[in-house]
Design a protein around this ligand. Structure first.
Ligand SMILES: [Zn+2]
Ligand SMILES: [Zn+2]
Length: 644
């Protein structure tokens, strides 16, 4: 027989071959299972009709098979140690797996090591897994005899005609749909992480089970890296670093709204300044529009119908108002303020003003999920034939911004959903324009068919941070609908009135959230141009105090954020303090430096740059700040460990 294998082409196989034979014939290493259509199948299953995708641990489905099999290993180990334990369910999760179990006596975290050791034995014994199709009556009898009432419940809950399968490994058999690894020995590294309470099928009237959590990997090194990244993420948590570095804080009386401290506001303003510096040359006009509008505006914009749950609403003098969650309606009013000519298009309106969203208090999460935010938001009004050039220009902004932060970007193109607004001709044109703009620079992108908004197709951007975590950041959305709702027009070349197309775009997105991401990406060690304090001057003794003050003043006059630490502490102590505050440079001034007009410079991370003439030092810093030089940041710190 002949099957098509993704990435490998057609393969001829002997009749009766299994997927494992196919993999062996191809010589592809590390394959855990295969996907055929929307089904994932074990390597010991016979080859069927249909295109085959080989799954490894790098695939989400492959990981799921791997870790779900680890949950069987857990169950087998538990049954060896606690023969009276009753098993419920044991699925894979995003990060590992769990098994819900009723132990004869509740276990505690202290019992996990023994279970883990038994699991290691099951792995070392390298049991092959065997799949059996069984009749309902047989399955009920078997699991009743085995003293597994939860399994009996699960079988009884299956439809009459359901195919029932069991999986056997060594002395242990579990009720399961599969799929699994072919052998337990493939699980080279595993760890149990936690035990918590859980109810069978979430029924709090039923018995309280215990959920044992764990994770598993194909190698010890991969598992080590996983736990390193978890620890590193904790160390970098912006909710911890923000207050530690004196950037921002939150208060109980204003949930979801950040207090920007002086240093945090410097960071914030540096980002806004960066955004302005990119947009001004492209002819963006920055505006400021109201943040509270009468409800009738939200009716025109459609927010009343779709977004009121997310808005703060209020009443004054008998009239209903809403605080703006987005700038778009205000910008439409601005566009309609004057008779617009085709000559003004594309008209680019930018605003960094406050936006408010009524996020539920339980979902708030530091700066990553807030109620009060500011975006690097803009709306571009254009003639439909300008779409291609506008998208291309906007993609350029995304490239520049994320290259500056050293974050790789993944692009998603979401196309027309089944239920949508606007002519198909317009959709054709818009989707083609987006694809053409992406193709122009040969950017790699993923198409998410049918995932566009009802008002137009869109591009979403996912950035990867220094720990390999993915963050949804920029968005470029084409909108045919809002200009119609607001009855927007421009006078075209031929004197006729036409409806513009609108593009919503945010490059950094919510600045609050973006700063949260940056704090974690840089672990608080911001590149020079963003650092709230760029240089700290340290006079060695009382005698150099004045000289240090003079150098600091000159630096500040040159646009460098410099300050003096002349506390009565040893120089080593003050250097360590600056390091802890993640200040990019310290400049030490002793008697020799005063006489020579130099400073002794240390870079963050401990690198000694030697003595530098004061004027040269200032000029170097000015150049590096102006060019948004990306070092020195702590990104290099995690090289070989943290970088994906
Ligand atoms: Zn299973
Ligand atoms: Zn918008």
């Amino acid at each position: 027989m002949r099957v098509e294998v993704v990435g490998k082409g057609a393969v001829d196989l002997a009749g009766g071959s299994r997927y494992g034979d196919l993999v062996a014939q191809l010589g592809v290493p590390d394959v855990l299972a295969v996907a055929v259509g929307d089904r994932v199948l074990e390597l010991f299953r016979p080859v069927e009709e249909g295109q085959v995708r080989l799954l490894t641990f790098a695939d989400a489905q492959g990981r799921q098979v791997f870790r779900h099999t680890a949950s069987h290993v857990l169950a087998q180990a538990v049954k060896r140690l606690y023969p009276k334990a009753q098993l419920a369910i044991g699925p894979a999760t995003d990060e590992g797996f769990f098994y819900d179990i009723l132990f004869p006596e509740p276990i505690g975290p202290g019992d996990l090591a023994a279970i883990e050791a038994e699991m290691a034995k099951v792995v070392a014994e390298d049991h092959p897994l065997r799949r059996d199709e069984v009749s309902r009556a047989q399955a009920l009898a078997d699991f009743e005899r085995a003293g597994e009432p939860f399994k009996v419940h699960l079988i009884e809950a299956l439809p009459e005609d359901a195919l029932i399968t069991t999986y056997n490994q060594g002395e242990f058999t579990d009720l399961c749909r599969g799929p699994h690894l072919p052998r337990t020995g493939l699980i080279k590294a595993l760890r149990l992480t936690n035990v918590a309470g859980a109810y069978f099928r979430g029924d709090d009237q039923g018995p309280m089970l215990q959920r044992v959590y764990g994770t598993a990997f194909p190698s010890a090194a991969e598992m080590e890296r996983h736990f390193f990244l978890i620890e590193e993420a904790k160390r970098r948590d912006h909710r911890k670093l923000g207050p530690e570095l004196d950037l921002f804080s939150f208060h109980d009386v204003a949930p979801g709204f950040a207090f920007w401290h002086a240093k945090g506001l410097i960071l914030y303003e540096a980002l806004v300044g960066f955004s302005r510096s990119l947009q001004q040359p492209l002819g963006y006009q920055e505006v400021s529009t109201p943040w509270i509008f009468k409800t009738e505006l939200w009716e025109t914009s459609g927010h009343s119908a779709h977004f009121t749950d997310n808005m703060f609403l209020m009443e004054s003098e008998g009239e209903a108002f809403g605080v703006k969650p987005m700038n778009c309606p205000g910008h439409c009013l601005l566009f309609a303020e004057a008779t617009r000519s085709y000559r003004e298009l594309p008209l680019k309106i930018a605003e960094y003003g406050p936006l408010t969203r009524r996020e539920r208090s339980g979902t708030l999460h530091g700066l990553l999920r807030v109620r009060g935010m500011h975006q690097d938001d803009a709306h571009i009004f254009l003639a439909s034939e300008q779409l291609g050039s506008v998208i291309e220009e906007t993609l350029g902004l995304v490239d520049t911004v994320y290259a500056t932060f050293q974050m790789p970007i993944e692009i998603h193109l979401s196309t027309r959903p089944p239920s949508r607004m606007g002519d198909d001709a317009l959709w054709d044109q818009a989707e083609a324009a987006l694809e053409a703009a992406l193709g122009e620079e040969r950017r790699a992108y993923v198409v998410d068919p049918g995932e566009g908004a009802f008002y137009g197709p869109k591009l979403d951007f996912v950035a990867t941070d220094a720990l390999g975590r993915r963050w949804q950041v920029a968005t470029i959305q084409v909108d045919f609908q809002l200009p119609i709702r607001f009855e927007l027009h421009y006078v075209d070349r031929d004197g006729k009135q036409k409806t513009p197309v609108m593009v919503h775009r945010a490059i950094m997105g919510s600045l609050e959230r973006f700063i949260g991401v940056l704090v974690e990406h840089f672990a608080g060690a911001f590149p020079l141009w963003l650092a709230p304090v760029q240089v700290r001057l340290l006079p060695i003794s009382e005698a150099e105090r004045q000289a240090a003050g003079t150098v600091a003043k000159a630096l500040r006059e040159g646009g460098v954020r410099a300050e003096v630490d002349d506390r009565n502490e040893k120089i080593g102590y003050r250097i360590r303090a600056a390091e802890k505050e993640k200040i990019p440079y310290v400049a030490v001034i002793g008697q020799r430096e005063v006489e020579a007009g130099t400073v002794a410079v240390r870079e963050r991370g401990g690198k000694d740059l030697g003595t530098i003439a004061q004027g040269t030092f200032t000029r170097d810093l000015q150049e590096r700040i102006a060019s948004r030089w990306s070092g020195p940041s702590q990104l290099a710190d995690t090289d070989g460990h943290g970088r994906a």
